[in-house]
Write a protein of this length. Structure first.
Length: 233
């Protein structure tokens, strides 16, 4: 078991994947959510799509075996890491909003007569919000949306957090679903005892809804969180 250095800050990272290291902080990695793949109908492979929209690394990882079989023209991605994974696997990303949310996509995507978007394939999480889906359909786009995975609570991480709570100096969240999971098992007043850092406007809003203040980096990456902690905390 790792021994944490009392002279450094212990940062709780609650996101599923850990893609960053730090020489200045001790990272307690306790992903609050596990991904459970879901069975789905593969009839979508019979159709042609103007765009495929992928909004997370989880969706990319699970959809990759089908991507090469799918007939499509362009790919849209939400999130720097989502795009990096697509490019790593040989795919060109034709659109990525600078704000990594569905709202950012809607605000920045030029949905007009010059953009050929009649049919969209949208594999996503079962718990994904319907904001983008509804917006596209309201503008006459046929959206083939299906759930490729669902998030489930990670009991092992919850137990780890309980055991190491007194060691944790700073808590980070990268999704509103992570906030909701933690709140099932801990009192919100416990969160007020420690500085909280949130990735993304939606995560920050979820924390605010339960009365928890957080600070957020401009860029939605774990590396940016460490830079923000060094600067602000």
């Amino acid at each position: 078991m790792k021994t944490y250095n009392s002279s450094t800050k212990n940062v709780l990272v609650t996101q599923t994947k850990l893609n960053a290291e730090s020489d200045e902080f001790d990272i307690i990695h306790a992903p609050l959510i596990k991904i459970q793949p879901l069975a789905f109908d593969e009839d979508f492979l019979d159709e042609h799509y103007d765009w495929i929209i992928l909004t997370s690394k989880n969706a990319v990882n699970l959809f990759l075996p089908y991507l090469e079989k799918t007939r499509f023209v362009k790919i849209a991605s939400i999130g720097e890491k989502t795009t990096e994974l697509l490019v790593k696997n040989g795919y060109k990303v034709d659109f990525e909003p600078s704000v990594y949310t569905q709202e950012g996509f809607i605000e920045q995507f030029p949905l007009d007569d010059e953009v050929d978007m009649k049919r969209v394939l949208y594999p996503t999480s079962k718990d994904a919000r319907n904001i983008l889906h509804d917006y596209l359909e309201e503008h006459g786009v046929e959206v083939v949306k299906f759930s490729i995975y669902k998030p489930v609570d990670n009991a092992e991480s919850i137990q780890m957090i309980r055991e190491r709570w007194d060691d944790i100096d700073i808590i980070t969240f990268s999704s509103p679903s992570g906030v909701k999971v933690l709140m099932k098992y801990f009192e919100k007043n416990m969160l007020k005892e420690k500085p909280v850092v949130s990735i993304g406007a939606v995560t920050k809003k979820e924390l605010e809804s339960i009365g928890i203040h957080s600070i957020s980096p401009e860029k939605a990456t774990l590396e940016s969180i460490f830079e923000l902690i060094k600067e602000k905390l």
